[in-house]
Design a protein around this ligand. Sequence first.
Ligand code: SAM
Length: 346
Amino acid sequence: METLVYRYGHRIARDKRITTHVALVARAFGADGIIIDTEDKTIEDGINKVVDRFGGDFSIKTGIPWRRFFNEWDGKIVHLTMYGIPVDRVIEDIRKEEKILVVVGSEKVPGDFYRIADYNVAIGNQPHSEVASLAVFLHFLNEGEWLRKEFGGIIKIIPSERGKKIEYDYIKMLEVEGCSKAVINHCIKVAELAVEIAKKIRENGNNVDIDAVRAGALLHDIGRSRTHGIMHVVEGVKIARKYSLPPKIIDIIEHHVGAGIDADEAEKLGLPREDYIPKSIEEKIVAHADNLTSYGYRTVDEVAEKWRKKIGENAVKKLLAMHEELSKLAGMDIDDIVAMMKNKNK
Ligand code: SAM
């Protein structure tokens, strides 16, 4: 069944929060979209952001006056009102419909609503709220199925008895932010190498957060959805903050370029004057895996050769030092891991 919600009587100044809640309930409890009578771009943006992050196909339109919309609606109209027929007496008939518009008001609704509606439905005959009536109605409508709906979003909440457990779909995040296929493929390759390096370092008895390495590597270039210049670092950090990602991952994004950029170099390159040098083991692993990954994997000497001509000896020195440090931690030459990855991808 196609289910749209119509929110009547939205007043921008007074109803921002409650209309947002009507829209959030519509989305979470299984409706396909919401129409709001008064134009309100802030609410549209807010709901679209939730859809971007938490997933699902849910549309929102504002600035659609009711009379014309109701006249042109080719499904049934279900008006939620305390004066209507109790929901449990009509819900079976409504479930048989193909397309319904569920109308909720804010203050007094026009008398015409009661006449135009195919169903005037009461969620108990006491006055309460548009948010509550919509939630209970949608729960009756889909018999609780909304509880099992998979939204397939970037953010997935993992139920837990205490605390907050969140899973992110990083590839989807790259897609939603508008990264090209080439950037996404590069990020996947960097992540594969970075995780391999991290595993070897852990096997050699060192502490490494492999999940942070994977996440940071997948997201290190997310700022390339905005620019391919050096500022992609700053843009990447902004995007990561928008998703409230952990500081560990934000630091990997911020410190991934080359073998590290100090504040003086940063200023010359046009970055805000700050230190962009990888500090944690996870930051170093991702920065170095990125250095060793172009379209395919490269040995450190191949990279050094390129940098010598393009960037200069100072950068090469830092690259080789980082290679040595990570190789020591892994108990093997990182180039051997690169060779293994090359073979794997043949
Ligand atoms: N006094 C208003 C009226 O006469 O319509 C009620 C305003 S109420 C705060 C806002 C909206 O909540 C109503 O337009 C209706 O859609 C919904 N609502 C409130 N109580 C309800 C109930 N018992 N059953 C169904 N809907 C209800």
